[in-house]
Design a protein around this ligand. Structure first.
Ligand code: PBE
Length: 269
């Protein structure tokens, strides 16, 4: 048993990420739903700032509780564990889905077919995210290398698809690593098929709004069912869901493994 109150040492504060992240809302929900988190705060900033704080805490063996998600290299770099979430505020397994604007199927059937086929196995994606970290998060380069090293995948995705002559296509994406990698791969594959593809980084709320309104053609960034479920429901019917591009994802609150707590219920109000 811990003799000092670790919750107090952490100043009853969860180290969060961007204010607009879906997870920022689920973290608030956890604070509202767990008695053990009554009176806690979430400090938002950015994923990069959260990772710096996590690294600093681990270096000093201090307690910290952070917004965590996988796939992400944080689980390869640091010895951390998700806290059990018996109320399932963070859900269980998440998938990352591809949504396209209504009408895309008829207007751009070639792009539609490719977008429908894009899919990454979790270990493949995790390896790419570690590579991206090694080269300072240059996702264009990592995506380019991945496309060059995986011609059979690209051939599978583009099989039977006719090339086009410079048709513009816009993809919106949220600012996190997995989404940056998959969307950059999508851009390269579409460009190889003759599209003029642009990427627009936005917050999750804007991502759904942009595809629903038709301002953007598609996105590979929605996390479902827990993380972006409320946005999804708000715009449901105004976009087409082509299904997962990644499965086996997860979100939650995590702590360094040296901390002697295992569940959100082990924290103290
Ligand atoms: N995240 C975790 C996104 C999706 C899941 C930070 C990568 C978000 O919270 O919106």
């Amino acid at each position: 048993e811990a003799t000092t109150n670790v919750s107090e040492e952490m100043e009853y504060t969860i180290t969060g990420i961007e204010p607009g992240a879906g997870q920022t809302q689920t973290n608030e929900q956890a604070i509202a739903e767990y008695e053990s988190l009554a009176g806690w705060n979430q400090e938002t900033s950015s994923a990069a700032a959260m990772l710096t704080a996590l690294g600093d805490a681990i270096e000093n063996e201090e307690p910290i509780i952070v917004a965590a998600w996988s796939p992400h290299y944080m689980f390869a770099q640091y010895d951390i564990k998700y806290l059990e979430d018996p109320k399932l505020v963070f859900g269980e397994e998440e998938h990352i889905t591809t949504i396209v604007r209504n009408g895309l199927k008829d207007e751009m059937p070639n792009a539609y077919t490719i977008l429908d086929r894009l899919y990454w196995e979790l270990p493949v994606l995790e390896e790419a995210l570690l590579k991206a970290k090694e080269i300072n998060f240059d996702f264009e380069t990592v995506a380019q290398q991945w496309v060059e090293e995986n011609p059979e995948k690209v051939a599978e995705w583009t099989e039977g698809v006719e090339t086009v002559d410079g048709t513009s296509i816009d993809l919106v994406l949220t600012p996190w690593d997995a989404e940056n990698f998959t969307t950059n791969v999508a851009k390269i594959v579409l460009e190889q098929q003759g599209f003029d593809a642009s990427l627009t980084p936005v917050d999750p709320a804007v991502m759904f709004e942009a595809v629903a309104s038709g301002d953007s053609d598609a996105t590979l960034s929605p996390w479902m069912p827990a993380t972006h479920g409320s946005f999804y429901e708000e715009y449901e019917g105004q976009f087409e869901d082509l299904g997962p591009n990644v499965e086996g994802a997860r979100i939650g609150l995590a702590v360094p493994s040296y901390m002697e707590i295992d569940s959100l219920e082990d924290l103290e109000p």
